[in-house]
Design a protein around this ligand. Structure first.
Ligand code: SF4
Length: 64
């Protein structure tokens, strides 16, 4: 899995961090998403899929 995020369209809602805290973080200044792990291991992928579903701006995409 490879994660791609359109940071320009992130609204800093933080659901991704709640769903997958080892994969996503938020910039302390503006709250925009930071991808900590672009190629998450299998044990993290369920959380990533939740993040994709929960992101209100729909800016997270995962390629297999
Ligand atoms: S859930 Fe979506 S909008 Fe919110 S911080 Fe994460 S990527 Fe940005």
């Amino acid at each position: 899995m490879r994660i791609i995020v359109d940071v320009d369209k992130c609204i800093g809602a933080g659901q991704c961090v709640t769903a997958a805290p080892t994969v996503f973080a938020q910039n302390e200044d503006d709250g925009m998403v930071i991808v900590l792990d672009e190629h998450p291991s299998e044990d993290k992928q369920a959380g990533v899929r939740s993040a994709i579903r929960l992101c209100p701006a729909r800016v997270i995409v995962a390629e297999d």
